[in-house]
Design a protein around this ligand. Structure first.
Ligand SMILES: [Zn+2]
Length: 427
């Protein structure tokens, strides 16, 4: 069966490569790729995917909440037992593969399973979610939230797209979605045994390891302060001695350096999934000067990981240090509103199955944590989920996103064979 399946995937690969090219051409903004959430260009990508699915003998259309939905011939109306999904939108001026790779993989998997016959594709649905990327409406996972009933009509009426100034509800209405249905799952989720997602890696770790694919163990959560500030007192740089200063920059710099120490210590203790970033660190440009002691710093605090307890411990230590530094430097930290999400565990059984399939095919996959994907919305509703990551040397959310078709094919084979094993256990 596997040989037949892998041959089917190899024979499909050139047309899948063309599909990526066709969508890139149609959704290019001149510099990168801009597939706008619940907008015209995203719909154009969805239409191309649906047309391709028809061409390879599958059934396809848009579901009740506007996502692309693909199934084996004559099976579109049947409830799904296995879902393969990812998103069709991109960030503004992004790349071609973040999201799209997973939808193309799902269609490729269905086409290959159907070609092998024996009902292997029955019950498998591929979903192309709209609106996963947060820049458009200020929040992520819209398509998968709508499908799984995790967004009410009131919420859809409150979210506004940054460029069109229209609400999500207005965008949905334009696509013919009935808003009365929102807040309830659009499919019977209790029938779904597993959710699979293939996604390009968003960092160059696999590239660094020389491995084509990764298998995700968990989705990182985070604790964030997007608008933290430190207030000191502006003073003359030449005149004021150290002990009389309230230097906001010195205190904040020490805090960030201390966070790096905590981080390093946690990594040495085995928590190598932990990440810490201070992405914004600035003096107030209307008041700062070379000859003034800085009186104000704006900064961001962003710790992520797969273990909520470790993140909380990091946070506690950082806050205690901030208190101590405030006293030492006569400054005041105002962290503002804490935001973030908890870590999401992926299914160990599915990860082991993906790993087993990879090993059987002679492929060495790397187990690793990942960042937020639509899969998290299914885990939240109790559906076991697994994620296959594809090597990408250039990071994501930029026009240079890179994916070798050979790596994609490897990932597609592992994904499809694992799905096939699952449907075989049911057949
Ligand atoms: Zn993505």
């Amino acid at each position: 069966m596997k040989k037949k399946l892998f041959d089917a995937i190899d024979s499909l690969a050139p047309s899948l490569a063309d599909l990526f090219k066709t969508i890139a051409q149609r959704t290019s903004d001149g510099v990168g790729i801009s597939r706008d959430a619940y907008g015209e260009v995203e719909t154009a990508a969805g239409d191309i995917l649906i047309r391709f699915a028809h061409d390879v003998g599958l059934d396809a259309g848009y579901d009740r909440v506007g996502n692309v939905n693909v199934a084996a011939k004559g099976r579109l109306a049947e409830p799904a037992t296995i879902l393969i999904g990812s998103h069709i939108d991109s960030v503004p001026r992004g790349g071609n593969y973040d999201g799209l790779a997973g939808v193309v993989a799902g269609i490729g998997a269905l086409a290959a399973l159907q070609k092998c016959g024996d009902g292997a594709a029955h019950g498998v649905h591929t979903l192309g979610f709209r609106g996963e990327e947060s820049p458009w409406f200020g929040t992520a996972y819209l398509g998968s939230k709508l499908l799984t009933g995790q967004m009410s009509r009131a919420e859809a009426e409150n979210l506004r797209r940054f460029d069109t100034k229209k609400t999500l509800a207005e965008h949905l209405r334009q696509l013919g979605v009935n808003l009365d249905d929102l807040g309830r799952p659009a499919i019977p989720l209790d029938k779904v045994r597993a959710y699979f997602e293939l996604h390009i890696e968003q960092a160059p770790l696999l590239e660094d390891l020389g491995k084509p694919i990764g298998i995700a163990t968990a989705v990182r959560g985070n604790i964030r302060y997007p608008f933290a500030k430190c207030f000191g007192r502006y003073a003359h740089s030449g005149a004021v001695p150290r002990h009389l200063r309230a230097d906001a920059l010195m205190a904040t710099a020490k805090l960030i350096a201390y966070c790096d120490e905590i981080w390093h210590r946690e990594i040495k203790a085995g928590h190598d999934d932990l990440v810490f970033t201070c992405g914004v660190f600035q003096t107030n440009s209307t008041e700062h000067s070379m000859t003034k002691v800085p009186g104000e710093i704006s900064f961001t605090f962003n710790v992520g990981g797969i273990n909520d307890e470790v993140m909380e411990r990091f946070h506690r230590e950082a806050m205690a240090k901030a208190d101590a530094l405030a006293k030492e430097h006569h400054v005041r930290f105002e962290f503002g509103t804490r935001v973030g999400t908890g870590a999401v565990g992926l299914d160990p059984g599915i990860a082991a199955a993906l790993d087993g399939t990879a090993r059987e095919a002679g492929i060495e996959a790397h187990r690793m944590p990942t960042v937020g994907h639509d899969a998290a919305m299914f885990v939240k509703r109790g559906t076991p989920a697994g994620i296959v990551l594809i090597r990408n040397a250039n990071g994501s959310h930029n026009p240079a996103e890179h994916m070798e078709m050979d790596d994609f094919t490897v990932g597609l084979k592992v994904l499809t064979a694992t799905v096939s094993d699952m449907t075989a256990s049911r057949r």
